[in-house]
Design a protein around this ligand. Structure first.
Ligand code: NAD
Length: 333
């Protein structure tokens, strides 16, 4: 089984690649352009495995994508390469259009052109986000596979565009496809521009812990290892088109999450004042979505996805990992 992963040096992609290498059943090709978000060090000790190869390729480069897919002839493609940080998309959206939209188009167009020369079971698993559905109110029902697209940020609009391209290439050119829309991930090796490692870094370094607005925005937190399990299950789909919304049913406001992290640090590494005293509310993000929540009942019923991590256990393990890897965390600031 040959598996191509795009963005396999990123936070989620590297967790998937580590899992695939450990599984021993796969030949893996990782395509990544090595942006600031890439972490080759997350594959240390595994990158020399004979079943693994890496190519530095920009998915926005049609010829390079074309050549890599044509030569490798994958059975599955997990497409995770993306610009992924909402704040960066608000400040400078160009890269999001290039990678998230053009990059996805390049993969789809390659699959269309070489369809007859590639394995007949080839399936594209397109990893997207719940942010494409916009924002929920506190009392709304969670997103599910039938939710309508209402993206609010340049990031979510670029991901929504890529989802629509995938859907259209499936419908028109019969490219086997799964689209996954998952909630916020957390776990080891996440860039400290993202909320959880940012809180941990700021707390440990006696810096202000900045919280947007009033801190009441809600996210449905999914441990990255649970996400990888869901993706592997989703990749087994035998349907021509499938979509799964993936979450862990662990809704938590940003401020409650911050309290949870600070309380664990108070226990683990007590200091004179509680860590939570470092919290400061800062100007809200432009167009900040209020709440994301996912109804995962379809993926659970259809293919038996069941997250293993409770938020509390996942956060504690994650904090322990960042404490053990505090030098790495500092190096990414
Ligand atoms: P990340 O930012 O940590 O990693 C992205 C990876 O893609 C990096 O290794 C980067 O070098 C690579 N990349 C960027 N531009 C590229 C290009 N033009 N060509 C090739 N490689 C390129 O992202 P992540 O958090 O691991 O997210 C992976 C995917 O999951 C994304 O598609 C994202 O939209 C989606 N997603 C993430 C989350 C989350 O909470 N992190 C939640 C839902 C969905």
């Amino acid at each position: 089984m040959k598996i191509l992963v795009t963005g396999g040096l990123g936070f989620i992609g590297s967790a998937l690649v580590r899992n695939l290498i450990d599984s021993k059943n796969y030949e893996i090709l990782n395509l990544d352009s090595c942006t600031y978000a890439a972490m080759p060090e997350s594959l240390e000790g595994k990158e020399n495995n004979e079943r693994y190869q890496f190519k530095k390729i920009d998915v926005g480069d049609y010829n390079a994508v074309n050549k890599a897919i044509k030569e490798f002839k994958p059975n599955k493609i997990f497409h995770l390469a993306a610009e992924s940080h909402v704040d960066r998309s608000i400040a400078n959206p160009h890269g999001f259009i290039h990678t998230n939209i053009l990059g996805t188009f390049n993969i789809l167009q390659t699959l269309k052109i070489y369809k007859n020369k590639l394995p007949s079971d080839l399936i594209l698993i397109h990893i997207s986000t719940d942010e494409v559905f916009g924002s929920l109110d506190f009392t709304d029902m969670p997103f599910n596979e039938s939710s309508s697209y209402e993206p609010n940020s340049p990031y979510s609009a670029s991901k929504a565009s890529s989802d629509l391209l995938v859907r259209a290439w499936n419908e028109t050119y019969k490219i086997n496809t799964v689209i996954t829309n998952c909630s916020n991930n957390y776990g080891p090796w996440q860039n400290p521009e993202k909320l959880i490692p940012k809180i941990i870094y700021s707390a440990l370094n006696n810096e202000v812990i900045p919280i947007y607005g009033n801190g009441l925005n809600i996210r449905d937190w999914l441990h990255v290892n649970d996400h990888v399990q869901a993706l592997l299950l989703a990749g087994e789909s035998k349907k021509s088109f499938e979509r799964y919304t993936i979450g862990a049913n662990q809704e938590c406001s940003n401020i409650d999450l911050t309290k949870m992290i600070c309380l664990y640090l108070d226990k683990k590494m007590p200091k004179e004042k509680p860590y939570f005293d470092q919290v400061e509310f800062v100007d809200d993000r432009l167009g900040h979505d209020l709440r994301y929540a996912i109804d995962s009942s379809y993926i659970s019923k259809e293919i038996g996805f069941k997250p293993k991590y409770t938020l509390e256990k996942g956060i504690e393990e994650t904090i322990d990992w960042y404490l053990e890897n505090s030098e790495w965390l500092r190096s990414k600031i």
